[in-house]
Ligand binder design. Structure first.
Ligand code: KG4
Ligand code: ZN
Length: 353
């Protein structure tokens, strides 16, 4: 069963064809980064225009690479939530039109559930390098760690479409903290990958940044990043008033110290959840799951079986959408052509008191 997956929730215009839920036949990601870099962040208006401009070419390329005509596709899946509305609508409308024109099922997919599904895809020779459990695929139930530019979610996944949120962020998402810190320091955009790279030559113990005190009671699995983000940005002000500091070495030290603290916050909540639920399998997904510090510390926990997709499948891609789309298709679970986009999913964020 071959499914076309379309992903356009943010600044990646992406599509893929996946067979039987695991085999990636082709995968194309057209990144808009150069168009947003000048603004040091995603400009929603530019993002939706670029998706409109590129979506046909991206889908055509993905079909050509797979050696398929539109008639070889048995279902079309697209991310319908959460994300930038104007961007989501482009991929969603294209997918619905494709499905209607071909007379095949359309499947609306939750972007975060798709990130969690990414570890079920087949990565061939690279599969073993994506886990601390050899070449096995993660078996349900497991603990999910969904970390991206808009979300930080710790959940119990009972099935590909059954997720109970245990903890989320109280304020900023972890990826957002990486992006904001990088923006203030002028490290580059997008911030996560730049900080990860810079941190490689820095001393992670050079600066001591605050870890929020959320380890008790109802917030045992929650995280918070605004305190850390502000502390790191405030450090920049100190550099400005003391010009002797703030050179290249200090920048690397800042990046490494921030990264280590950001990951520590995440892992403390995750390990609390592992301890309380007794779940010893952890599956990470989302752009921040590409982080080398996070991956190293997770892989180092010998009492847990940890899975993370190859770095390029942690970020937004069409394969995760097509893969989970296959699962819905297998059980005849289709979406109506009236399905619309949704910017937010209420369960994925904490309500402010
Ligand atoms: O999943 P994703 O591609 O898009 C969203 O759904 O948001 O995640 C993007 C986020 C950005 O905040 C980006 O800075 C972060 O993932 N990111 C990283 C790394 N690579 C991307 N954060 C930390 N370390 C990385 N290596
Ligand atoms: Zn994403």
């Amino acid at each position: 069963m071959k499914v076309l997956g379309i992903e356009s929730s943010c600044d990646e215009c992406a599509a893929a064809v996946v067979e039987d839920g695991t085999r990636i036949l082709s995968n194309v990601v057209a990144t808009q980064i150069p168009f947003h870099a000048a603004y040091k962040g995603v400009v929603p208006e530019i993002a939706s225009r670029k998706h409109t401009e590129w979506i046909y070419t991206v889908v055509k390329e993905v079909l050509d690479t797979a050696g398929l005509k539109p008639g070889g596709i048995e279902g079309v899946a697209a991310a319908s939530r959460p994300g930038l509305l104007g961007s989501l609508i482009v991929g969603l409308s294209f997918a619905k039109s494709f499905a209607w024109a071909r007379g095949i099922p359309f499947i609306a997919v939750d972007h975060m559930l798709a990130h969690l599904y990414a570890s079920q895809l087949d990565f061939g020779d690279r599969t073993a390098a994506c886990s601390s459990a050899g070449a096995d695929k993660p078996a349900y139930p497991f603990l999910g760690l969904l970390v991206s530019g808009g979300h930080s979610i710790i959940c119990r996944a009972g099935a590909f479409d059954e997720v109970a949120v245990l903890g989320t962020t109280m304020d900023d998402a972890v990826g957002e903290a990486f992006d904001k810190v990088a923006k203030h320091y002028g490290f580059g955009y997008p911030g996560g990958a730049v900080i990860d790279r810079l941190a490689g030559s820095g001393d992670a113990d050079a600066f001591r940044f605050p870890v929020p005190n959320l380890h008790k009671g109802e917030h045992r699995y929650d995280v918070s990043y605004s305190g850390l983000k502000n502390a790191v940005i405030n450090q920049l002000e100190q550099f400005r008033t003391r010009p002797s500091r703030g050179g290249e070495a200090e920048k690397a030290d800042i990046a490494a110290s921030f990264q280590k603290t950001a990951v520590t916050i995440l892992l403390r909540a995750l390990f609390n959840a592992a301890e309380d639920t007794g779940l010893a399998t952890v599956v990470a997904g989302g752009g921040v799951a590409a982080n080398s510090c996070l991956r190293a510390l997770l892989a180092g926990r010998k009492d847990l079986r940890c899975f993370f997709p190859p770095p390029e499948f942690c970020g937004d891609n069409g394969a995760m959408i097509a893969g989970i789309g296959c699962r819905y298709l297998e059980r005849g679970d289709f979406s109506p052509l009236s399905t619309t986009a949704q910017a937010r999913v209420t369960d994925f964020k904490k309500k402010r008191p």
